[in-house]
Design a protein around this ligand. Sequence first.
Ligand code: FMN
Length: 171
Amino acid sequence: MTGPRVLIAYATKYGTTKKIAEEIQGVLTDKGIESDLINVMETGKMGTYDAVILGSPVYMGKMLVEAREFCKYFRHNMTDTWLAIFVNGISCCTPGNVDTAPLFAAIDEMHEYVRPDMKAAFSGAFNPTGLSETDAQIAGMVRPPVGDFRDHEAIRDWAEDLALAIFMRMP
Ligand SMILES: Cc1cc2nc3c(=O)[nH]c(=O)nc-3n(C[C@H](O)[C@H](O)[C@H](O)COP(=O)(O)O)c2cc1C
């Protein structure tokens, strides 16, 4: 790999965050930035990267446990690494509610371990079929809006900002 070494690590339960991560990777590739796209569960011993982009869905107000553990476990590896974190959820998708503050709050919880240089909160997707028993029970009580609410323009715009920021600090 030539140019900056970039890791896109994502956590996901039902695939939406992986799709967003792939979309981000596509934009970076178009801009000439190669990247490794890996599920956080498979990062093992993290190699040396110039930039790390971490993505997680928000469940019950928090990033997925494996994404939180990634921040905790690799915090010493990432002290000199440029870091961006994105989350997605559907709390901002109910009609009349576009408040992303609870999603950003999930990222800010990670300040104990890491301080991201860039962060983003996207609307996600919710499909009631195929949920785990526990998730189905919770969803049955909360009755979240059903659908794919991803805003592809917002994702691509942020990915372009990421590309610019990564280029700016290229060694
Ligand atoms: C049990 C359950 C709890 C959820 N809790 C939240 C939440 O607290 N805030 C939010 O914005 N979205 C919440 N969501 C929606 C997910 O974040 C959303 O579906 C996300 O796009 C899923 O990403 P994934 O497929 O990568 O796991 C919840 C969904 C389920 C099924």
